[in-house]
Design a binder for this molecule. Structure first.
Ligand SMILES: [Zn+2]
Ligand SMILES: [Zn+2]
Length: 125
């Protein structure tokens, strides 16, 4: 798969037995459908997209369809595949989501998992 932002090949990193794809150039991360929930051990969807949102400039790394803009929490703009392949986070957006989720839900281990993810991505740069 190629990075939706810079088109370089994405690298894989394993975090808690989940394989994520990330870009070493801009430190963005791709989550396949359900991977966020799998990573956090949740059985219910954490992010639900209502199908709204304008077309963005980027294309899905899996199906090459133009992704749509998705605003799961205030101030956070993600790219989502309209065919349900997954979600793209730019650098820093995972932290933004973590902060918002920690505020809204009682998931104290969230921050820990994401900081592990960030360490692994950052450490491989
Ligand atoms: Zn990139
Ligand atoms: Zn797709």
């Amino acid at each position: 798969m190629r990075c939706p932002a810079c088109r370089l090949p994405l690298l894989t990193v394993e975090v808690n037995a989940i394989e994520l794809d990330y870009c070493a150039e801009d430190l963005g991360v791709w989550f396949d459908e359900g991977e966020i929930e799998a990573l956090l051990g949740c059985h219910t969807p954490i992010l639900t997209w209502d199908g709204s949102g304008a077309k963005g400039k980027r294309r899905c790394p899996r199906c090459n369809t133009k992704m749509r803009l998705f605003y799961p929490v205030l101030g956070l703009e993600l790219d989502i595949c309209p065919n349900g392949d997954g979600l793209w986070f730019d650098a820093g957006e995972v932290e933004q989501l973590t902060t918002a989720l920690q505020r809204g839900h009682d998931k104290p281990h969230l921050g820990q998992i994401f900081s592990q993810l960030n360490r692994m991505i950052g450490g491989q740069r």
